[in-house]
Design a protein around this ligand. Structure first.
Ligand code: GDG
Length: 479
């Protein structure tokens, strides 16, 4: 163990910083804009914290360093490990399997071996970084074995795990050749957090069916006499930057300019997603294309802007998805564009947050049609920016956000006719109804922001620490 140990250690696949090269060729580490960093940054600054993660580049071996006041412990991954642990097992086995097999999961024993090896490397780094009786908080599906590995090395520490993506029904989960090992890995934690109550129920079922552990209330009875708590902690966003950017005159002016650039349509529809097969981009393009084909919408009246930020471009399923989407966009635009108006403004690019907020402000209708999504932060970001109480959120019932955002227009994206009707209803929704719905949505998002999320998870972890070694808290229920 090194002399500098931290009370609180976050373990996530990625470090919270991106490497950029400075003017003199030197490394500069810029805080990445993700939600997890926003959620944990305040915590990292109030406690003695450290963050274990991969710096995002193969074969980059770095000593621990500090960036923006956070101590970072980089984990090196070889080119082959990136291919097998990250692009392979994480993104081509677990990701599709846990998203209801929308794409077929690939099962390869060598990918699994790499996953075990890399998880052990993360666990060893966390175990050496954490102080006696400290806390380790592990994040997401790339690191499901880490909780049990850390426990084995450091039985004194309190361990939390948060799962950002869905946990599937047992019938699907059971396909995983390493299903028991993964459950045992997760059960090493004291608190196992999921996005939705249904994910926690699916996990309970898997634990009962596979490992035959007793589940009482929301806790699992493990053979080593512990009672890990399994519960939903729906994640949220840091609403402050979105609200502030939405107020800025230059960004409001940019929103007006975007509408002009699009030829002043009466309505702008918007989709913002990583280019991923879980997001239902094809379904929304199909529904919109049929509305144009049937003459129920016209390109002079309505434009659809789809931001599809590049993602996982070395995984085959993503290469095919991109081809498919780009073919449909080109066909629809070819059939319907005029010289002055376009049917779909398709942007396969990432944008700065300022531009995203301008797009949210310009959008009359926000389309979130995921086929399966742990939460979907885009839905919450749209709501947070709309302090004018205008705009309509069309939201798939298969997102975690749908559990909370009850005043959205709910859709089943597989039902193309239903999706078409919902798009038309959103386009024509009277301002009074937009306002009523948006006020209810904003109340929920502003009250349950990312700070509330991290506080509730950390409170549950503190309670778990306090009850260590105690008998099962009889009668505890999900609340
Ligand atoms: C996983 C789970 C869960 C996207 N394009 C640009 C951009 N983004 C930002 C969005 C949003 C984030 O990326 C995407 O978050 P989502 O929640 O929508 O989806 P995943 O990436 O799949 O995230 C998901 C989440 O983890 C948290 O637990 O909600 O279910 O799948 O913040 O705004 N941001 C900028 N430019 C872009 O072009 N600046």
């Amino acid at each position: 163990m090194t002399s500098r140990q931290a009370e609180f250690v976050v373990v996530a696949n990625r470090l919270p910083v991106d490497r950029v090269i400075g003017p003199d060729g030197e490394d500069i580490w810029r805080t990445s804009p993700g939600g997890l960093v926003a959620a944990l940054e305040p915590v990292m600054h109030t406690v003695d914290g450290a963050w274990v993660g991969w710096p995002g580049q193969a074969d980059l071996v770095l000593e621990p360093f500090e960036a923006n006041g956070i101590r970072l412990i980089p984990i090196a991954l070889s080119e082959q490990e990136v291919a097998e642990y990250y692009e392979g097992f994480s993104n081509d086995t677990i990701w599709p399997l846990y998203h209801d097999v929308i794409a077929p999961p690939q099962f390869h024993r060598e990918w699994w071996e790499a996953y075990v090896t890399v998880n052990r490397r993360f666990a060893e780094a966390a175990a050496s970084a954490v102080a006696e009786n400290g806390t380790v908080w592990v994040h997401d599906y790339q690191l499901q074995l880490v909780p049990a590995m850390v426990r084995e090395l450091r039985p004194d520490v309190t361990i939390g795990y948060f799962h950002h993506i869905p946990f599937p029904a047992h019938g699907l989960y059971a396909q995983l050749p390493w299903r028991d090992q993964v459950l045992q890995g997760l059960l090493g934690a004291d608190v196992i957090g999921f996005q939705r109550a249904q994910d926690a129920t699916n996990f309970h079922t898997a634990v009962r069916r596979r490992l035959h552990h007793e589940v009482r209330a929301s806790s699992v009875d493990t053979p080593d006499g512990r009672w890990p708590l399994v519960k939903a902690f729906p994640i949220s966003i840091d609403t402050t930057p979105y609200r502030e950017l939405a107020q800025r005159p230059d960004i409001r002016a940019r929103a007006v300019e975007i509408r002009q650039e699009l030829g002043n349509p009466r309505r702008i529809l918007l989709g913002v997603d990583r280019l991923d097969y879980t997001k239902g981009i094809r379904h929304r393009i199909k529904a919109y294309g049929e509305l144009l084909d049937q003459g129920r919408l016209s390109v002079e009246d309505v434009t659809f802007v789809q931001v599809a930020s590049p993602s996982r471009e070395r995984v085959d399923a993503y290469v095919h998805l991109r081809d498919e989407i780009e073919l449909s966009v080109a066909r629809i635009n070819g059939d319907h564009d005029t010289t002055g108006h376009t049917a779909i403004r398709y942007l396969h690019q990432g944008f700065p947050r300022e531009e995203m907020v301008a797009l949210y402000l310009a959008a009359d209708v926000m389309l979130v049609t995921a086929l399966r999504d742990g939460m979907n932060l885009v839905a919450k970001e749209y709501v947070a920016t709309r302090d004018d109480n205008r705009g309509v959120l069309v939201l798939s019932e298969f997102t975690g956000a749908a559990d909370e955002l009850r005043s959205a227009v709910r859709v089943n994206p597989h039902d193309i006719e239903g999706l078409k009707e919902a798009i038309l209803a959103a386009i024509e929704m009277p301002p009074a109804e937009q306002g009523r719905r948006m006020r209810a949505l904003r109340k929920r998002v502003l009250e349950h922001d990312v700070r509330a999320w991290s506080t509730s998870f950390l409170d549950a972890l503190a309670a778990a620490r306090a009850r260590r070694g105690a008998p099962h808290p009889q009668g505890e229920t999900e609340s």
